[in-house]
Design a binder for this molecule. Sequence first.
Ligand code: PEP
Ligand code: MG
Length: 630
Amino acid sequence: MASEFDDAMDSPEPPSSVFPPSSDGSAPAGAVFRGIPGSPGVAIGPALVIGDTRAVYARRHIHTTQVEAEIARVAEAVLAAKNTLKEVSQRLEAGPARDTTPILDAYLVMLSDPLLHEAIVRKIKDERKCAEWAVAGASEEISKLFLPQSPNEKDSYITERRHDVEFIGDRLLRALMGDAGVSIPRLSEPTIIVARDLSPADTAGMVKEPAIALVTEVGTRTSHTSIMARALEIPAVVGVEGALFHVRTGDMLIVDGLRGEITVRPSEIAVADAMTRSARHLAFARGLLSTRNLPCVTACGVGVALRANVELPAEAILALDHGADGIGLYRTEFLYIDRVTQPDEDEQYEIYRAVIEAVAPRPVTLRTFDIGGDKFASSFRLPAEMNPALGLRAVRLALSQPEVFLTQLHAMVRASAHGDVRIMIPMVSGMDELREVRKLLTRAIRDIDARGLPRAEKIPLGVMIEVPSAAVMADVFAREAEFFSLGTNDLIQYALAIDRTSQSLASLASPFDPSIVRLIAGVVRAARDHSIPVSICGAMASDALAATLLVGLGLRELSMEAAAIPEIKEALRRVTVAECETVASAALMCDTAEAVEGIVARAFAPRLYDLLAGSGEQPPSEADSLDVVR
Ligand code: PEP
Ligand code: MG
């Protein structure tokens, strides 16, 4: 290993804890940048710009006197990363995954690679970058050497090597930050996080941090940064192009999650205006929350069950606080993310049990892991694919690793003893998959019975309808599935062939597209014909206008992020089913998304203006109320 690191180990200089300017460019004072509103609210505060690898870190320029200390920190991190890998390797050697230990041994060698170390030291010494920034920069530089020379070049060996370099950079960064799980630097004051993207694990780590708003360069309303920000009830603006370039750490920012814009180093007048808007939004949100214990019934008295989507066990309580009638989607893949080994049966069982007991006697729908696509889990070695969203993902991945899947099913069956539990399969595209999962579930039930452990007598097995083939075949699926849940985030992505993570195409990925409206209508009809429950758990359900359309299409069960429940309840309390049905019938005759949205907006936007604007404001005129949805 490069001796430079060993020499510097005993340097006395502590790393800096202040955040000097970080970015390469900076916007003029008062500059406004537009993005996509990811989560409502308005926040004002200093920015913390973090790096853009999968582990996130604060970019700091360091002083000359800190160079040796930063090099020493890297040396310590190399040791820590090696120790972690050795521990994992030893554990694996004793188990069924022992074949993977040579990969870890290769990683150990790569951690000592002089090319990597020289690049890191150069960045610390010559460019005065902090250790995290230097590690990320060096690993990016080296991984670029493995990029294909032409768009047609598809060498899986080379791609794997690039992923290996990225993995090593990631481990080193995490070791530098001293914690394998939480990668956001500890914040001592309320701060606005600015990043290229935030992984689910990064945002999960923020539950305990005083982040008051999020800004990302990529993302859409249905990406995980937005979903998490809404769960944490902090404003977010996503898809702000060039945010990392224009914002410096320490810059004052206004993040307006209602308008979808950020202001860099705003004037006093802009700050005063933002504070008024923020106060109005907070008062409005508090007012809505005060109605959480009212029943969700339409103005004509028809009940609609509003359930919560959760990703972390802690959100179960948040869901109840917002008046959720149970959990309609528990995304269990979050248990697998950001760790080297997979959660065992007992660990999963305890977590499911805690969530189920927290919301009992209300129902909980446990979704089996949906990993792959945009949901990366380092504990699975996924193949490098040209189109991961169309690749080995969700139920396909589960069926390709039946032992891993059975562990999850065992844990779910055991957890069913503690409440009203349903099991749901993601990304089902054909009947064979449902039948295969049914077989494995039957086996899991037999195993739990053989162990003499308690379980619910009946555990309904349902499917997500989020692949167009499943929507088209809904009448066939309804013969064997015990319930449906429409996953419109993916259904829109796959039906319209629009990447759900692409912000430039986000405006085209409309839930009001007539093809989506027709697919939903067909799925609801199939469920009704076979007398099975049907719900929706895509982000469409958390849009007040779309929710009225869904009720008109026959849905009586909507699942959404907890924070949206009070708003949707209030919206549905102001409309009748007959009105919604009239709108839905007209929508089914439309030819464009604009026409569908126009019909729904003309019928309901004036009545829902305050909810759509995210504040208590009333429109000066009816035309203005339509503007708010454009
Ligand atoms: C969906 O696709 O609509 C859904 C709810 O699942 P996820 O967002 O987790 O893919
Ligand atoms: Mg989905």
